[in-house]
Design a protein around this ligand. Sequence first.
Ligand SMILES: [Zn+2]
Length: 362
Amino acid sequence: MRALVLRGFGDAAVEDVPDPIPGPGEVVIDVACVQPSVTECMLLAGAPVAMHDTLARRLVAGPTRFGGHEFAGVVGVVGPGVDPAWKGARVTAVETAACGRCAACRRDRPDACPSPAVLGFTGPGAFAEQVRVPAKTLVRVPAKVDAAEAAAVQPLAGAIHGHAAAGVRPGDAVLVIGAGVMGVLHVQVARHGNAGLVMATGRSPAKRDLAARAGADLVIDAADDVAAAVLEATDGIGADVVFECAGEGTFELAARCVRRGGTIVMVSVLPAGAPAPLALLRERSVALLHPRSGAGGYAPGSGAFEHALRLVERGDVDVAALISHRLAGIEALPEALAITGDKRRYGALGPAQVDVFDWDRA
Ligand SMILES: [Zn+2]
């Protein structure tokens, strides 16, 4: 099959690799649609975020496969011990699977597992014509949801987790900083959750328009005095919950916009050594939360994915609005990475998707 192979930072190409073979409890999925995440683009380019050091060590040993956890496809080959009914099913998959063997997993704390398998990160992912995953991570895609939408639900599942982590109470004033993919998804989830007033900030007019259409009551130009606008809209109190989805030095802004005793949820992936307004957080008794890594929670635990797919199926959340660039064929992966890694330059709203095959014609 054809798959993306990484030879060095910034040096990825589609090449021939052996077809994956499912082991016990595993399946191989024919990838119909896949989209890169911004984090993957940063890591592939060599940015010092998240798993950079691990990836750097792997590259010293030679070319490696990396990335591809936001995808949808059709189960092709079913491994030993897997229900054969999965064959032919339209699916996506929870990207993180706890090891099932360590002390944390044995104590029913899979979210504390120190060595979970993460699709595309700890092993080959869906930047390929076929991807091998544990059957326990599979999530069925409803008939009314197409492959492009299904490939885009992983970040939505993450937003659902982030919203739940914040414990948003009925009528809470919510501020979403940043109107990129995660920001717009958080606005939509807040709109369908408990939030009362939903506020959002964005830099570009197109993104602010997207945030407004996603259901934000108040959309603030990021170039304006955001804190003043938030205080005015909340009777001088500040937002009950702030979701930080911009990741560009806006942590301090979040700390000024949140109310005393409020909550900031750090959605953005931050570089090592990113500055934090600790004194301000302490002075204002602000709780700082982080969504747990793994958008679906750790498998088994596909509830957030199933909920995300139902929201899309019912038309409650519009993930298609974020899809501005669709490319045809697996060979377009490097182009999709370039677009997603520099969305501003290409005028992209969300990640560029790659349509590998049409599952309606399969
Ligand atoms: Zn474990």
